[in-house]
Design a protein around this ligand. Structure first.
Ligand SMILES: [Zn+2]
Ligand SMILES: [Zn+2]
Length: 1023
């Protein structure tokens, strides 16, 4: 084959394009049962990598397999187009440092740039997708930035808002008051520094008492003015302790530490008894509707502090959640620059972190300081500007996913996960810990959050469609409405109170975009209602395991919120592609494989097969160029070679399966047809269970059986002159095997399988039905026998390899010793003889005639057991004869009387059985057979070996001369008398093995020199 796999695949692709094969494959299943597939949208502003190759291969595999199995599988492509990565890319391009730069540049212009950037690599994606053979409708994709898509997303958000599950709330995050931005956990980790701070234990006066105080400890005294509650653990025991005419409430376990030895305990009570108590806080700047009371929280411990925790909801995530759940007020007295607001009179305008000392002084002055302490700790600082970070409540929009938590969990229970442990494991655990979905982003490029708020009365409205927006808008909105920022921000409503309503400035989390695709891809509910219902829920979604918190979750969450139902019946969660050393691939490490380059070098069929067959797709897999190149030579090239073998002879003989009548099947034909149908059944079973790896491996080993057994053993039948019954059977059999095998392979290797199938059957394999097994052709006994024959041949070859006895060298005898229940090989004696090139085959031989068995001690096991007697035992058993050895092996144990009068019992695990061939023999042992080869080469055998090597030289020469395989020739030889003598004696043998009409010895012009087994031979071939 001079043409590369890549060139072949390009040709097949052109044929698909001009025949509209993909479209045809879908239209052909019109009215059939649907198999619903959802495409997870990639972003086209980055290049595809090896992980995408696995994902897209698996998606295409499933869709093609289901289509061939009779389903209609629509495949709508999608593009994820919004979000921060796009903004960052544009910022880099325009050299804009932050939000202020963007505003200065102009939001309208910036958004225009984002739109342009989104499809930077669309061409590369299309090329990659097509080259890989991934059939997906890229001419009519869903695109998250388009108005119909946004309108559907708005409809979903509006529905959630009307259910009162979309609310404005807070989220406590690490925050730099200098940069005025929150930091990711990754950024926080970069800036820890050791500092000395002041901690304080403050006194909270219990309501209705003169002198009873709750003691609350804090490492951030500056948060005390923001106090809203004290948290206790309802299950912990607390005590009231009297000291210096005051009474303090602390955890029982901490009383001594805080109040000295033998504290005077006046009461003991459960935390739950404290819950609900009111108190007077140390600072009285705040006037709350609900607050300054004791709440219960399970995170409170008695390992440090007082066992009572001061709660400031604006400065701790635990605090925020606990206070929200208790229904107390949220307050924040710190502005966005980290300064106290006007409410905190004496400290207003000062940076809070600088006020710890003043706060402690004020506590002392008010009689509310119990104790203070300097301590050293590691505190996070901004990695950009070095200022200390604050935990700070940022305002934001949330979807109350916690409210549907149990429905999310119940929906997940119905999903068939691959791998199955995902359901209860990684995904299930994530659902158990679900928090409200922080949906808003203070950015520019995204689906704008469709909530309008009244400036006067705080009323909210969420339009559910463009029509509703038009109706409510104070402005005239044109036909060509633009739904992105900044246009949509200019639209106002008039509130029923008379006030103006403005859109809240946020855009939404892009995961909500992609999670809405089951509905938004069809512009539901505005269009395609019937289609959407038919295409919901998905039978399968397929993405990398990293989508657990991403798309797998957002799909489930959006659908559960919107419809109450799970959006998919099945999830295939794929592992990562690692390099050959098990390292994650990355551009910066330089170990990333470029899938397009792999396709150009080895072909997409090889890449796909390697990805699917190498290991289960759910596993992280070590992957390299070598894996692909090995797959090419083992699988793809094997099919190509088998096909070109068939094609070559079928052309010579003008074989047409439709017109040539059937022949007389041989055992070999029956065998390969039996194997074919067994393989079809096994592969279908694996693939229906989504075990693609097992399916691929079953096919690969069948290909080996076709190529290295069926065709090897059938070559002479195809060479034969004329078209007898035997040859016709060979043709029909190989035709059947090849067509069905290419159908089996089609979802894995869509290009070559289509090339071969089209050549054989005249139409595309992807328009055909996946083969079903014809069980009447399965002969298990025959398969068992042939398998035994192949084992025997393989074992014999391995002996020849070890002893450097070439297969061309005939040998006298092979003894086959069955180790287990053996197949009856009588009928295969000739095949074994021919394949092994041995004159006599002895079946059911007794190994003792060729192999002596010696028993030796297994020292690691027997040594400790026998102690000092080990030497005596060793001496005794090495003298065992065959009879004793056999007795021992039969009984599984033996009692020995040692020279020193000791008696020991030996068991099987105490010994190692060593087989040694008798002189002149070599043996090899497999699972079911032991074979013994007589390695003695007599003069006669040596001469025959020479003749076989000579024949090989003739064949090499024929090939060089490019002679047609079926052409008979005249052979002239110039060689020593010795060689002439041998060749003369073997003349008829030669004529049987190579197509020679006549043989003569002479010296002529243009002779070619060959070295045959050390003898110089000159040849001339003429017709
Ligand atoms: Zn900073
Ligand atoms: Zn209003």
């Amino acid at each position: 084959m001079s043409e590369t796999a890549h060139v072949r695949e390009q040709r097949v692709r052109k044929r698909w394009e001009s025949n509209n094969t993909f479209k045809q494959s879908i239209e052909k299943r019109e009215g059939k049962q649907t198999y619903v597939f959802y495409e997870g949208p990639p972003t086209a502003n980055g290049l595809p990598h090896a992980g995408h190759a696995l994902g897209r291969t698996m998606k295409d595999f499933v869709a093609r397999y289901k289509t061939m199995s009779g389903y209609q599988v629509l495949r709508k492509a999608g593009w994820d187009t919004h979000g921060l990565p796009v903004e960052l890319e544009v910022q880099k391009q325009l050299n804009l440092k932050g939000k202020d730069d963007i505003k200065a540049y102009g939001i309208e212009a910036f958004i225009e740039k984002c739109k342009e950037s989104v499809f930077t690599y669309e061409r590369e994606w299309r090329h990659f997708t097509e080259a890989l053979g991934y059939w997906v409708d890229m001419d009519d994709p869903y695109v998250t930035l388009q108005n119909p898509y946004i309108e559907s997303v708005w409809n979903i958000l509006s529905t959630i808002h009307r259910k009162d599950m979309l609310y404005k709330g807070h989220r406590v995050v690490p925050y730099c008051p200098n940069c005025e931005t929150s930091l990711s956990s990754h950024e926080v980790a970069q800036g820890y520094k050791d500092v000395t701070d002041l901690s304080a234990t403050a006194k909270f006066l219990m309501e209705g008492t003169e002198n009873e105080y709750l003691l609350g400890w804090t490492t951030t005294p500056w948060t005390l003015p923001s106090n809203v509650a004290i948290a206790v653990n309802p299950d912990m025991t607390y005590v009231k302790v009297e000291k210096d005419e005051e009474v303090y409430v602390v955890a029982e376990a901490l009383a001594e530490k805080l109040l000295g030895e033998s504290p005077k305990i006046v009461a003991k009570l459960k935390g739950s008894e404290l819950v609900g108590s009111k108190y007077d806080p140390p600072f009285d700047y705040l006037h709350l509707n609900r607050g300054h009371e004791v709440i219960g929280a399970s995170f409170v411990t008695d390992s440090s502090g007082t066992g009572l925790v001061h709660m400031a909801p604006a400065h701790g995530d635990d605090d925020y959640q606990a206070i929200r759940e208790s229904g107390l007020d949220f307050v924040n007295v710190v502005d966005s620059k980290g300064r106290y607001t006007e409410e905190i009179g004496p400290l207003a305008g000062r940076f809070v972190k600088d006020c710890d000392v003043d706060i402690v002084k004020m506590l002392a002055h008010n009689g509310r300081l119990f104790s203070k302490e300097r301590y050293e700790h590691s505190y996070p600082h901004c990695w950009r500007c070095d200022s200390p970070l604050l935990y700070y409540a940022m305002e934001g929009w949330f979807i109350e996913t916690t409210k549907v938590k149990y429905q999310l969990i119940a929906n997940n229970q119905e999903v068939d996960w691959h791998p199955s442990h995902m359901r209860e494991g990684r995904f299930g655990k994530f659902l158990e810990n679900v928090v409200d979905w922080n949906i808003g982003r203070n950015r520019f490029w995204g689906t704008p959050l469709n909530v309008w708020e009244c400036d006067s009365c705080d009323k909210q409205e969420s339009p559910a469609s463009i029509a509703e927006l038009r109706e409510r808008a104070d402005q005239e909105l044109g036909e060509d409405i633009e739904l992105h920022k900044p246009f949509v921000d200019g639209i106002t409503f008039t509130c029923e109170c008379g006030g103006k309503m403005h859109r809240t400035s946020e855009v939404i989390d892009v995961w909500f975009d992609s999670g809405s695709m089951p509905f938004a891809q069809y512009h539901y509910p505005f269009e395609n209602k019937e289609l959407m219902n038919k295409q919901f829920p998905a039978d399968v979604v397929i993405e990398g395991v990293d989508q657990t918190r991403g798309w797998f979750y957002s799909l489930l969450a959006v659908s559960t919120l919107f419809t109450g139902k799970a959006p998919y019946k099945r999830v295939l969660s794929l592992g990562h592609i690692l390099d050959e050393n098990g390292q994650k691939m990355s551009k910066s490490k330089g170990n990333a494989l470029n899938p397009v380059e792999l396709i150009e070098e080895f072909g997409a069929d090889s890449l796909r097969w390697a990805l699917l067959a190498d290991s289960a797709p759910w596993n992280n897999k070590r992957f390299s160029k070598k894996t692909v190149s090995q797959t090419k030579s083992k699988v793809i090239d094997t099919l190509a070679n088998v096909h070109s073998f068939y094609k070559m002879y079928a052309e010579i003989d003008r074989f047409n399966p439709k017109t040539v009548e059937n022949g007389t099947a041989t055992k070999l034909d029956e065998w390969i047809l039996s194997r074919l149908n067994t393989v079809i059944a096994e592969v279908t079973k694996s693939l229906d269970a989504y075990d693609v790896t097992k399916g691929a491996r079953t096919i690969a080993s069948f290909l080996d059986e076709i190529s290295n057994w069926y065709i090897r053993r059938s070559r002479a039948r195809f060479w034969a002159n004329g078209m007898d019954a035997d040859k016709r059977a060979a043709y029909h059999t190989l035709y059947e095997v090849l067509t069905k095998t290419t159908q089996l392979m089609a979802p894995f290797a869509p290009f070559l399988s289509d090339e071969v199938y089209t050549d054989l059957a005249g139409n595309s394999v992807h328009l055909s039905d996946y083969p079903t097994a014809n069980t009447s052709l399965v002969n298990a006994e025959l398969e068992h026998e042939m398998d035994a024959v192949r084992q025997v041949v393989e074992l014999t070859r391995s002996i020849r390899n070890q002893t450097s006895l070439k297969t061309k060298q005939p040998l006298a005898q092979l003894a086959v010793v069955p180790l287990k229940q053996s197949a009856n090989l009588e009928a295969y004696r000739a095949i074994i003889a021919e394949e092994t090139n041995v004159k006599t085959i002895l079946l059911d031989a007794n190994q003792h005639q060729y192999v002596s068995q010696q028993v030796k001690l297994n020292f690691p096991v027997a040594g400790p057991k026998l102690g000092k007697s080990v030497g005596l035992v060793q001496k005794m058993i090495t003298q065992f004869g065959d009879t004793q050895t056999q007795q021992f092996l039969d009984a599984g144990k033996m009692i020995l009387n040692l020279e020193n009068d000791q008696i020991v019992e030996l068991e099987k695990e105490d010994i190692i059985l060593e087989n040694n061939p008798l002189p002149g023999f070599e043996f090899a042992e497999g699972d079911d057979y032991l074979v013994v080869l007589d390695t003695n080469v007599t003069t006669e055998l040596k001469e025959e070996g020479f003749v076989r090597e000579f024949i090989r030289a003739v064949q090499v020469y024929r090939k060089e001369l490019d002679l047609p395989v079926e052409k008979r020739v005249h052979l002239t030889i110039n060689a020593t008398e010795h060689v002439q003598d041998i060749l003369t004696r073997f003349e008829s043998f030669m004529k049987n093995h190579v197509l020679i009409d006549s043989l003569s010895f002479a010296k002529t012009d243009e002779m070619k020199y060959f070295n045959v087994e050390g003898e110089g031979v000159y040849l001339n071939i003429h017709m």
